[in-house]
Design a protein around this ligand. Structure first.
Ligand SMILES: [Zn+2]
Ligand SMILES: [Zn+2]
Length: 248
């Protein structure tokens, strides 16, 4: 049985619609065991980070049956992975890395080969950064040039990514809204192809995180697709993140 967790949620601190408190209340009402608030770091800004962390901790005290983790989603900026100050890191429970640049227009000018090379490099680099816990929605490529279906992604890139994640002890996120990233691929086909990727990662010893990437409180805890994909790929609770293991 897979845990009922949702470790990828946005609030009004970045591009989400609702306040932290509403998100936490929805999670608890829906029986979610643990959530992580993971707003975009570049949208919060360093100056507001302390306030962000404080607000999440405060709201979490109100929840009696849902664990609330303080997280961030960090993007490369101008192709470089940003630095996080030690005192910021030590106040966070979980950090997600999204390979898409804070300025996505940098990627939309790349042709397919350069895009694959770019993602390979970014994934390789991220897997060696100690403070990154989770690689968010891997292969979020279907909105860039030359990638319509998941199967358009070349095998070497998938292989390299799984290997780097396993060696770097990064959790691979199975994000519930993954089809958003592949608007031109039919849901059934996309799901089947993504299951094959997850199956391969299970065989190679990967561990997974689960997240809705909800941008409004109603979406919190919607992890139905993620669970179905993980189950069909043969993943059990032992392949999924145990939040007690998160430490930095
Ligand atoms: Zn993201
Ligand atoms: Zn996100």
């Amino acid at each position: 049985m897979l845990p009922f967790i949702d470790l990828h949620i946005h609030t009004r601190h970045s591009d989400g619609r609702n306040m932290v408190r509403d998100v936490v209340r929805h999670a608890e009402a829906n029986g979610v065991e643990a959530i992580a608030i993971t707003d975009h770091y570049h949208m919060i800004g360093y100056e507001r980070t302390a306030n962000y962390i404080f607000e999440i901790r405060e709201s979490s005290e109100e929840a009696s049956s849902t664990r609330v983790l303080v997280g961030l989603e960090v993007h490369p900026s101008g192709n470089a992975i940003p630095q996080l100050l030690d005192h910021v890191k030590k106040n966070l429970d979980i950090i997600l890395f999204d390979p898409v640049d804070a300025d996505p227009s940098l990627l939309s000018v790349l042709d397919r080969e350069s895009l694959f090379e770019h993602f390979a490099r970014v994934y390789r680099e991220a897997s060696t950064v100690p403070w990154i816990d989770v690689i968010a929605h891997p292969f979020c490529l279907g909105r860039f040039s030359g990638v319509k279906h998941f199967s358009d992604i070349e095998d070497w890139l998938i292989e390299e990514f799984i290997e780097a994640s396993v060696n770097g002890e990064k959790y691979i996120e199975v994000m519930n809204e993954m089809i958003w990233w592949f608007p031109n691929s039919p849901v059934r086909r996309f799901t089947k192809e993504y299951i094959e990727f997850v199956k391969r990662a299970v065989k190679m010893g990967a561990k997974f995180s689960i997240g809705s990437d909800a941008h409004c409180s109603q979406g919190v805890g919607n992890i139905m697709w993620s669970r179905m994909v993980l189950e069909r790929a043969g993943a059990g609770a032992e392949n999924v993140i145990n939040i007690e293991d998160l430490s930095r």
